[in-house]
Ligand binder design. Structure first.
Ligand code: FAD
Length: 404
């Protein structure tokens, strides 16, 4: 009898957790598992703001996929997926065409610019490890240039961060600590540097506890971060961004660096696949299958799930992606055995938003925390993700231990 073949696209939190759990639940000969990913490494998307600000080396946020999968049970193929044909049951990549009995799509997120002119061209996005490394180098280049040039253009030293959501705030927290280091390294007076957060919504961190939000804003402002709230970016140019400050009032912020951190969507390949989707995210069935395709599962940021309590979608998080990976592995095992699948029920343990190396805010198991305690908790969450995928060895290699 031919063994069923399982094809997993993407080795992010969702894809890797699916594979690691498939290896556990399927016997040695239960199925042929193939994992396809663009790079030979996995990167911790939740640490990318650190790599982008330069507070963590890009090398530290990634690890080799081969080190965490069982090569006897899973075949890893480094390839870029180019097209997903769910009707024809085949996936085209730059390294061959693959067929499957069960498909798991975990291709993660892409930046969403909401059609605002110029953003896709002139703003940088913390989308992956290469993009994060580019942002770090770009900021350093601006500082080095300012230092070396005769006629100084101070706008080189202005960094605009679009978006005061989770990613924007975490990035600002790192920048707040990194800027004084950069000033020292490149002989730049601190008062020459502007870091401005521009947000269209009337608040910072929507959905977060207001007391924690005001703690975060106070801390960031005390480190020189400026906030411009309720002021949408209407255009980006090579020189900076234009923001709307009132009915007919606009302000142009001249900036050497613009980072757009104000929205994500799923992979564009989903839109081209023929699966019903909203902004490249698939509203999945309770057992995480794509509607209309009983052999296709969606994991992580490409999946859209409505929280019945709030009637709004769950935010795309690594926490949910990893839990979905566990459920998908169990459900594929059930389908192979001819049993029923089970619905996915998220088990939300809380959220911690870091404000740099030594500070954070969060709600964990229903309790509000701030400061060093929250920061310690954040590092434990980061280490736990490593533990679940690669065991204690990976935690020792890549974990965060500077916790006191
Ligand atoms: P990803 O982790 O993005 O993985 C997708 C994988 O697919 C990648 O390996 C990519 O290389 C690969 N891929 C993409 N396209 C192709 C292709 N065409 N061919 C082959 N391979 C491809 N969540 C939290 O829970 N807590 C946090 O504190 C948190 N902080 C965050 C901070 C930042 C700066 C950012 C950007 C996100 C943060 N998130 C956080 C959200 C979290 O990172 C995502 O929800 C999570 O990464 C989604 O996991 P995923 O498996 O769907 O995708």
């Amino acid at each position: 009898v031919k063994r069923p073949s399982i094809l997993v696209l993407g080795a992010g939190y969702g894809g890797l957790t699916t594979v690691v759990n498939l290896q556990k639940v399927l016997g040695t000969d239960g199925a042929d598992i193939t994992l396809i990913n663009k790079n030979e490494y996995h990167y911790e998307s939740t640490w990318l703001h650190e790599a982008a600000a330069g507070t963590l080396l890009p090398e530290q946020v990634r690890y080799d996929i081969k080190d965490v999968i069982d090569s006897v049970k899973t075949k890893f193929v480094q390839a870029t997926v180019e097209a997903i044909d769910v009707k024809g049951k085949k996936v085209t990549t730059d390294n061959g065409v693959f067929t499957y009995d069960y498909l798991v799509i975990g291709l993660g997120f892409e930046g969403e610019t909401f059609g605002i002119p110029g953003l896709d061209k002139y703003a940088l996005s913390i989308a992956n490890v290469k993009a994060a490394r580019y942002i770090r180098e770009h900021i350093e280049f601006q500082f080095a240039n300012w230092s070396a040039e005769e006629e100084k253009d101070d706008s080189r030293l202005t960094i605009v961060v679009g978006g005061a959501g989770f990613t924007g705030i975490e990035f600002l927290g790192e920048l707040a600590n990194r800027v004084p280091e950069l000033c020292k390294e490149y002989d730049v007076p601190r008062e020459k540097v502007r870091v401005v957060c521009v947000e269209a919504a009337p608040m910072v961190l929507p959905g977060f506890d207001p007391e924690l939000v005001s703690y975060a804003v106070g801390k960031l402002e005390s480190k020189g971060i400026e906030f411009s709230i309720g002021t949408p970016v209407v255009e980006a140019t090579p020189e900076g961004v234009n923001i709307k400050k009132g009915d007919d009032k606009f302000e142009f912020i001249k900036a050497g660096t613009v980072v757009w951190a104000a929205g994500v969507r799923g992979s564009k390949l989903i839109e081209e696949s023929g699966i019903e989707n909203m902004r490249a995210r698939v509203k999945v069935e309770p057992d995480l299958r794509a509607p209309g395709f009983s052999d296709v599962f969606i994991v992580g940021d490409c999946a859209l799930m409505i929280n019945e309590e709030t009637n709004r979608p769950y935010p795309p998080t690594a926490q949910i992606a990893m839990q979905q990976g566990e459920t998908i592995a169990k459900n594929i095992n059930s389908l192979i055995k001819g049993e029923d699948t089970m619905p996915f029920v998220p088990d939300l343990k809380g959220t911690v938003c870091s404000l740099g190396e030594d500070d954070a805010i969060g709600v964990v198991f229903g309790k509000k925390i701030t400061g060093k305690r929250a920061s310690f908790m954040k590092k434990m969450i980061d280490n736990r993700a490593l533990l679940l995928v690669g065991g204690p060895g990976l935690v020792m290699k890549k974990g965060k231990f500077n916790v006191l």
